[in-house]
Design a protein around this ligand. Sequence first.
Ligand SMILES: C[S@@+](CC[C@H](N)C(=O)[O-])C[C@H]1O[C@@H](n2cnc3c(N)ncnc32)[C@H](O)[C@@H]1O
Length: 305
Amino acid sequence: MSSYYELQIKINPEMEDIISDICFENLPCEGVVLAEETYKDLEMISTTEGTLRVFLNPQDCNSAAVSESHVKKVLSEQRELLKSRGFSDEELGSWEFVYSEKENEDWSKKWKEKWDVTHVSDRITVVPDWIEYTPEHEDEVIIKLEPGCAFGTGTHATTQLCMKAIEKYMPENADIADIGMGSGILAICAKKFGAKYVYGCDNDETVINVAKENAIKNNAVCEFELNTADKVKRQFDLVLANILHNVLAEIMGDLKAIMKDDAYMVLSGILDEKKSVVLDAIKKHNLELIEEMHQNQWVALVVRK
Ligand SMILES: C[S@@+](CC[C@H](N)C(=O)[O-])C[C@H]1O[C@@H](n2cnc3c(N)ncnc32)[C@H](O)[C@@H]1O
């Protein structure tokens, strides 16, 4: 099948991360773009409107996963869940949606048009592979990326928090592990900041080659493989894991096992309201909490063994 599906949802732009996350978790979603923001009243965020464009790829799924009735059901269930957690209709936006089938070419062109250079910090810049970019200063660390179908374009808060933590916590000559490397963005970032050895693994076989190609584009020597933390045999000075809160809690023991004594670990992918789940697991495994880093509704937890 050469078609993609585009879902356009009316949202409050403040909720972009949460709604994007819902789409990535519950639908065969390959990318999201916040298309427009109309401020009706600058004083009141609750009257802000935006349109989130969500691109769905049915290739690996049965067609039921992209049927309009399934999309409607997912959105309605998730909206009820958020409302039961205290979000009001005004905070959420209307979530009225338009659903349409698009040609493959159309999708890839539109996605590329929307994805621009991202300045993650004063030093870190992520540049789409097809854009010519001249560094603004000589200290700038530039990561060139073609994410393909892997998560990790550098625009998401959870990725950005990890990159900022690499800048702050990575020791010199460090051995690094990136568990759930997606596009390879964090591993490549660590290598560019001078890591000695960088290992990345993911449990999704479709991302391995994407990450390998991105490493080559960046002249970053990284070892990437299809694997999970429980099967990794060596230990590292810094472990990065940008996965969902429930997965982090479940594999905390495996993540701890691959940390050297006194090593740091960055746990990201955690919505503020889910922080306690990960904090409980940190406590249970006797890890020391060093810092909570926040961006939008997301938190990354930096811990030490
Ligand atoms: C949110 S993406 C993070 C990608 C990239 N590291 C970043 O920071 O942008 C999470 C990745 O973890 C992978 N993943 C999920 N559970 C995993 C597990 N138990 N072990 C290894 N990888 C996992 C997913 O396939 C996905 O590529």
